[in-house]
Design a protein around this ligand. Structure first.
Ligand SMILES: Nc1ncnc2c1ncn2[C@@H]1O[C@H](COP(=O)(O)OP(=O)(O)OP(=O)(O)O)[C@@H](O)[C@H]1O
Ligand SMILES: O=c1ccn([C@@H]2O[C@H](COP(=O)(O)O)[C@@H](O)[C@H]2O)c(=O)[nH]1
Length: 287
């Protein structure tokens, strides 16, 4: 099992490498502007990240995203315009693969519309973690023209859980392509089979689970008002997603609760109130 110390170390490295830099990515913006939405918004996440930290490019090739950094260099290569005052460059960003054993993961779970993506965007800005939304990776994959793209599209439209091997491959590739060490994995694992398969394939145990606990009525209201053109934000699919969440995802949450890894947050409150609580969990382990 990976230790708390490892996570602290990974977080410290992120924080150290960001010292003296001002993050321009806007956490006030909806999560869609950082890592949620389509392949296009995944690409925008890269753009935001590289604008704020030009020597730290995050590759999202796994999501079919186009690198939008203002450089012709590869996704993980350091850009040339690093400010003279920058902190020492973390070589994990310089095209060198980070060993899987050094990866640290926090799973971010909660019902559809509980605010996972919104809060992850704020954590990205403050702590520089890499946000990987499983749903976003799947939505990008479904548009990538690969043979199973249509299958993924149909399953999402129906609120069903996509086979583990598809989602885990996308997550694993996104982690590798990022060249980074500390990840927020949002919306995964969705069921016990997802959880077991991820652990087996990656050998990663999550540091902890950030769980957004929100009543269905509030989630329904948010999803119906989200207006991002998602094929599953309609009342029929929303009800199916709630059912899948209760039947398949709650057992995962209960599993981690039994392991003492669950950090539960009451999510039907204003975003900033929630974030004040959320950030403490990450501050506690990074000091
Ligand atoms: N605390 C909050 N209060 C009110 N609205 C919120 C709050 N947090 C997020 N929202 C809004 O609710 C909608 C859903 O939020 P978000 O996309 O972050 O949820 P999610 O859990 O990531 O959803 P999904 O699992 O469907 O991807 C968005 O329109 C977002 O702006
Ligand atoms: O691990 C996952 C994550 C998502 N899905 C499918 O995508 C949709 C949307 O997920 P969001 O987290 O709301 O973006 C979800 O309903 C599933 O159909 C999945 O199969 N596995």
């Amino acid at each position: 099992m990976r230790s708390r110390t490892t996570f602290v170390r990974a977080l410290r490295q992120c924080l150290e490498s960001f010292q003296g830099q001002s993050a321009r990515a806007s956490a006030g913006a909806h999560a869609g502007q950082v890592a949620k939405g389509s392949a296009q918004t995944a690409a925008r996440a890269v753009e935001i990240d590289t604008q704020a930290f030009p020597w730290k490019t995050v590759g999202l090739a796994a999501a079919g995203a186009t690198l939008m950094a203002p450089t012709s260099q590869s996704a993980c290569a350091p850009a040339t315009e690093a400010p003279a005052t920058s902190a020492p460059i973390d070589l994990s960003h310089a095209g060198m693969e980070v060993p899987k054993s050094q990866r640290t993961v926090v799973f971010v779970l909660g019902g559809p519309g509980s605010g996972k993506g919104t809060q992850c965007a704020k954590l990205v800005e403050e702590f520089g973690l890499v946000h990987l939304s499983a749903g976003d990776l799947l939505r990008a994959h479904m548009k990538s023209g690969t043979p199973d793209g249509q299958m993924v599209a149909d399953m999402i439209k129906d609120g069903k859980i996509v086979p583990s091997h598809v989602t885990i491959s996308l997550l694993d590739k996104a982690m590798a392509d990022s060249g980074r060490k500390a990840f927020l994995i949002d919306g995964f694992p969705r069921n016990e089979e997802n959880r077991a398969a991820f652990e087996k394939q990656t050998q990663i145990q999550p540091a902890f689970i950030l769980f957004f606990d929100c009543p269905e009525k509030e989630m329904e209201k948010r999803l119906l008002g989200r207006n991002e053109g998602r094929s599953d934000d309609n009342i029929d699919t929303i009800r199916k997603r709630f059912k899948v969440f209760l039947e398949s995802s709650m057992p995962v949450i209960n599993h981690y609760k039994e392991q003492g890894k669950l950090r539960s947050i009451t999510a039907d409150r204003p975003q900033d109130t929630i974030y004040t609580e959320v950030r403490k969990l990450f501050q506690e382990i990074s000091v």
